[in-house]
Design a protein around this ligand. Structure first.
Ligand SMILES: Cc1cc2nc3c(=O)[nH]c(=O)nc-3n(C[C@H](O)[C@H](O)[C@H](O)COP(=O)(O)O)c2cc1C
Length: 205
């Protein structure tokens, strides 16, 4: 039986909750079924950093689960998904995933994605990093996760904070094979990235 494309979106309590919100919006625009799980700290950052209320977050997803609900579909590897994007990913959540301590649905879902050899992308947000953070990120990369701190692409000439956020979200979605329209691409949308096509020698067919 064919199933819709599904993506798990985890939102944890690092600064930049808007990355997760926009990832949900992108899924909706792309027709990808979104499965959301957010932490308590993410609800705090949502209130601090945006005009949204925590009760409004689930409305942006197709399915939203409570953090303790380890019986949700996304807690099982038999539930097929493209993988999971955690945007943003706090150091606490990252560390829990690295150790395999899956005390919530968010970290259980991430663990399942890793064990099923599906794509796990962590938009880790902290700065500066100490050696423990760096070692944890190395460990996760060795386990198959993609570590993707949401860093701005200045070459895309973002005109606003919203442009910067969407570019990072778009590049994260690229890792799942999803092409979201706002993503600005070198060699395609950006003039500076274009090179004149190489001329063929005369007489070439
Ligand atoms: C406004 C605000 C910003 C925060 N920013 C970060 C951050 O950028 N990175 C981080 O790892 N933790 C950050 N924290 C701390 C986390 O929210 C805290 O460690 C929390 O326990 C994470 O829990 P969670 O992983 O379950 O979401 C921030 C907290 C607040 C209130």
């Amino acid at each position: 039986m064919s199933v819709n494309q599904r993506l798990i979106i985890g939102i944890s309590g690092a600064s930049g909750v808007i990355y997760g919100v926009r990832a949900l919006d992108a899924c909706r625009e792309l027709g990808v079924e979104s499965h959301l799980v957010a932490t308590k700290a993410a609800e705090m950052t949502l209130s601090y950093e945006t005009a949204l209320k925590p009760s409004e977050l689930p409305d942006r997803a197709d399915y939203a689960y409570k953090l303790p609900d380890v019986g949700a579909p996304i807690a099982s590897g038999s539930f097929r998904t493209l993988g999971m994007l955690i945007a943003p990913c706090s150091v606490r959540t990252m560390s829990e995933i690295a150790t395999g301590v899956t005390s919530s649905l968010l970290t259980r879902a991430a663990d399942v994605v890793l064990k099923e050899r599906r794509r796990l992308v962590l938009m880790v947000r902290e700065t500066p990093f100490h050696l423990g953070h760096l070692r944890t990120m190395t460990q996760l990369a060795e386990m198959g996760a993609v570590i993707m701190p949401p860093l701005p692409a200045f070459y895309a000439h973002p005109g606003s904070l919203a442009d910067m956020v969407d570019q990072s979200v778009g590049r994260a979605l690229d890792l799942f094979g999803l092409d979201w329209t706002p993503t600005r691409r070198w060699g395609e949308d950006l003039e500076q990235g274009r090179r004149p096509a190489a001329k063929r020698p005369r007489g070439d067919a």
